[in-house]
Design a binder for this molecule. Structure first.
Ligand code: KG4
Ligand code: ZN
Length: 339
């Protein structure tokens, strides 16, 4: 089964053809990064306009690169939630038109579930596993019981982790997009130059919840307060110190959740799963006997392949979406539970 997956929830205009949920025949990602760069952040109105201009070509290119004909597309899948509403609507309506014209099944996909599924495309991981979704819009620690079954254990209560990376980079004019730049700068910085505060573990009902706004504020407004007085106040040192705490704060929750749930497998996804420090800290869990999976860099950030691959599971189970379905900017109502 060849599934066309379309993803336009934010600033990547992407389409992919995935065969039988595993074989990526093509995965075209047209990024708008350069066009949002002057504004140092994604401008929603600009994003949706660019998707409108690019989507037809991106889909055409995905089909060509896959080396298949239109008549070999068996289903169309598209991200419908959550994300920037205007951007989502471009992909959604294009997908509806395409599926109707080809007269093939049509299905809408949840972006968060797709990020949590992405590593499965390359390396199947048995359920259940601990899912760690870290992106520009979300920070979610959850128990993944199946491709459609997610129990949220903890979320950010304010900024998402990627948002904190982006805002720190923006404040210090380090470059755009911030996560990638901080990751690069941190490699030549001293992670102990500034002893920024991490968010303390919350006692009681919400032990896996996480906050990034305090760390972000400390890095932006209180640099002197957390400086050892000797290291250089360089971009590299700020980046390395911030990244150490941002990743460390997350890893404390991850280790606690692994202990509490007894889960032995873990998978991470989302743009920040491309972060080299986070990847090495997750990988180190293998030494403690955990099975660890994360997607290759191309499948961490937004892409159509993860949408098509996840869709394959729903399609195999006979699930279809209605053409009357609309897009939603909001996160689906996941049930929050505590082990
Ligand atoms: O998953 P994604 O492409 O879009 C959302 O669904 O949000 O994630 C984008 C986020 C941005 O905040 C970007 O700065 C961050 O992922 N990011 C990184 C790295 N690569 C991308 N953050 C830290 N280190 C990286 N190497
Ligand atoms: Zn994403």
């Amino acid at each position: 089964m060849n599934v066309l997956g379309i993803e336009t929830s934010c600033d990547e205009c992407s389409a992919a053809i995935v065969r039988d949920g595993r074989e990526i025949l093509s995965n075209v990602v047209a990024t708008q990064i350069e066009l949002h760069k002057p504004y140092e952040g994604v401008v929603p109105e600009l994003a949706s306009r660019l998707h409108t201009e690019w989507i037809a070509q991106v889909v055409q290119s995905a089909i060509q690169k896959a080396g298949i004909g239109m008549d070999e597309i068996d289903a169309v899948a598209v991200t419908s939630r959550p994300g920037l509403l205007g951007s989502l609507l471009v992909g959604l309506n294009f997908a509806k038109g395409f599926a109707a014209t080809l007269d093939v099944p049509f299905i809408t996909i949840d972006h968060i579930r797709a990020h949590l599924y992405a590593s499965q495309v390359e390396k199947p991981l048995a359920y259940p596993y601990l899912g760690v979704l870290v992106s520009g819009g979300h920070t979610v620690i959850c128990k993944v019981n199946g491709y459609d079954s997610i129990e949220v254990l903890g979320t950010t209560i304010d900024d998402a982790i990627g948002e904190a990376f982006d805002k720190v980079a923006k404040h210090y004019d380090l470059g755009y997009p911030g996560g990638v730049v901080i990751d690069r700068l941190a490699k030549s910085g001293n992670p102990m130059a500034f002893l920024f505060p991490g968010s303390a573990l919350c006692k009681g009902e919400h032990p896996y919840d996480i906050s990034y706004s305090g760390l972000k504020t400390a890095v932006i407004n209180q640099l002197d307060q957390f400086w050892d007085g000797e290291s250089e106040k360089s971009a590299e040192n700020i980046a390395a110190s911030f990244q150490r705490v941002a990743v460390g704060t997350l890893m404390r929750r991850v280790r606690l959740a692994l202990d509490d749930t007894g889960l032995k497998r873990i998978s991470s996804g989302g743009g920040v799963a491309a972060n080299s420090l986070l990847r090495s800290e997750l990988k180190a869990l293998e030494n403690l006997g955990y099975e660890v999976a994360f997607p290759s860099l191309k499948l961490c950030t937004d892409n159509g392949a993860m949408i098509a691959a996840l869709a394959y599971n729903y399609l195999q189970d006979g699930v279809r979406s209605d053409f009357s379905e609309s897009a939603s900017a909001r996160v689906s109502a996941f049930k929050k539970s505590y082990p």
